[in-house]
Write a protein that binds this ligand. Structure first.
Ligand SMILES: Nc1ncnc2c1ncn2[C@@H]1O[C@H](COP(=O)(O)OP(=O)(O)O)[C@@H](O)[C@H]1O
Ligand SMILES: [Mg+2]
Length: 315
C-alpha cells in the first residue's frame, strides 16, 4: 500500500485557486520532493495531507486514513515540520523535545534528537535566545522525536547557511535509511535533486512535471547542444544532414538536437572523410536547472536565488 495517495486535490481561497487538481502517490520508504516557486501551492497541499487544511475537493489517504478523521493513533505515526512554527520562548530545546517525546508511544531519546539536529550546545538555552537557523533545527527535532513512519518537511532548510543545509541533508538521508517515508517541499532545486527519489514540480497549483531528476532533464525536450568551430572555407550549408539545422555565429556552429549521439557520429564521419578537424567540439546537455527554469519561468529562479543568500542573524 502506498503511504500517501491523493487524487483530484483542490483548494481555493476566495477567487484564488491555490491547489488545482493535484494527484500524487508516495510509496512506503520513498522520498518525494514537491518543488516549486513561492505561492505555487506547496504548503497548502502538504497541510491538507497533514489534516491542517480542509480540501474543497479530492480524496486524500495518508497511511490508510483520511487526515480529516485520522485519530490520535494515526497522528502518532506522522512527523510534521511546518513552514512556520511558533515556540514557547521561555522553554529550552531539551525541555520542548522531552515534552513532545511524551506524546508518542515510541519516542527517540532526547539526547539522540539533540545530536541528530546539532543542537547539543544549545540544549539548555532558552528558545528566545536561539537564532533563526537554530530554531529551524529545533523544528526538525520536534518533527522526528516520535520516530515517525511518515515525515512532512515544509521548506526545512529555508534560511540555512550552506553548512547547516548540508547537516539537514545528512539528517534526512539518515531518516531515509531508517525506512521513513518523507514528503518535503523546497524551492531549492539542488535540495530536491540531492534528497529526493522523485521530484514533483508544481506551479500555480498544478503538477507541471514529475519524475526522477534524470527523467525531468530528459523529458523537457531541450535535447542537447553540439558546438564546434567550422573548418576553414566551410559553411553550415556544407555540413551533413543532422537532427536539426545547424546555425553559426561567426565560425562557431551550433546544433540543438534531440539525437545527439547520431549527430555527433554523422559530424565526426563527415570531418574524418574530408580530413578536417572539428576544433572545440563539445556536446552539452541541458542542466536540470535549465529544465526547471523552462517549467516555472525565470522570475521564480531570481526569487529563489535571492533567498539563497543567508539572511542576517540566521545560521
Ligand atoms: N490562508 C490563506 N488565505 C488566503 N490565501 C492563501 C492562504 N494560504 C495560502 N494562500 C495563497 O495560496 C497560494 C499558495 O500558497 P502556498 O500553498 O503557501 O504556496 P507555497 O507554499 O508553494 O509558497 C498563494 O497565492 C498564497 O498567497
Ligand atoms: Mg510554502
Amino acid at each position: 500500500m502506498a503511504a500517501v495517495e491523493v487524487s483530484g486535490l483542490r483548494k481555493t481561497y476566495g477567487d484564488l485557486v491555490a491547489v488545482d487538481g493535484i494527484d500524487l502517490e508516495i510509496a512506503e520508504g520513498e522520498v518525494l520532493a514537491i518543488l516549486g516557486p513561492n505561492g505555487a501551492g506547496k504548503t497548502t497541499t502538504v497541510e491538507m495531507l497533514e489534516g491542517y487544511r480542509t480540501p474543497d475537493a479530492g480524496t486524500v489517504r495518508v497511511l490508510g486514513a483520511d487526515p480529516q478523521t485520522g485519530g490520535r493513533a494515526w497522528r502518532e505515526r506522522i512527523g510534521i515540520v511546518l513552514q512556520e512554527a511558533g515556540f514557547e520562548e521561555l522553554f529550552t530545546p531539551r525541555e520542548l523535545i522531552r515534552l513532545h517525546a511524551g506524546w508518542y508511544p515510541h519516542p527517540r531519546a532526547v539526547d539522540e534528537v539533540l545530536a541528530m539536529v546539532g543542537l547539543e550546545d544549545k540544549a539548555d538555552a532558552r528558545v528566545r535566545t536561539l537564532s533563526g537557523g537554530q530554531r529551524r533545527r529545533l523544528d526538525l527535532g520536534l518533527g522526528i522525536v516520535g520516530s515517525p513512519e511518515l515525515l512532512f518537511l515544509d521548506e526545512p532548510t529555508t534560511g540555512f547557511d550552506p553548512s547547516a543545509r548540508r547537516r539537514a541533508w545528512d539528517l534526512v538521508d539518515r531518516l531515509r535509511d531508517t525506512g521513513a517515508t518523507i514528503l518535503l517541499t523546497t524551492h531549492y532545486l539542488d535540495e530536491a535533486q540531492h534528497l529526493a527519489d522523485r521530484l514533483m514540480v508544481v506551479d500555480h497549483g498544478r503538477v507541471v512535471a514529475e519524475g526522477t531528476a534524470e527523467q525531468l532533464a530528459a523529458s523537457a525536450g531541450l535535447g542537447a547542444v553540439i558546438a564546434f568551430r567550422l573548418p576553414e572555407g566551410v559553411t553550415v550549408a556544407d555540413l551533413p544532414d543532422l537532427g536539426a539545422p545547424a546555425s553559426a555565429v561567426g565560425q562557431v556552429a551550433e546544433v540543438r538536437t534531440s539525437r545527439p549521439t547520431a549527430d555527433v557520429a554523422a559530424l565526426a564521419g563527415w570531418a574524418v572523410q574530408r580530413g578536417v578537424e572539428l576544433v572545440d567540439l563539445t556536446l552539452t546537455r541541458p542542466s536540470l536547472e535549465q529544465v526547471y527554469l523552462g517549467l516555472v519561468g525565470t522570475e521564480a529562479a531570481v526569487d529563489a536565488a535571492g533567498e539563497a543568500a543567508p539572511a542576517e542573524g540566521v545560521d
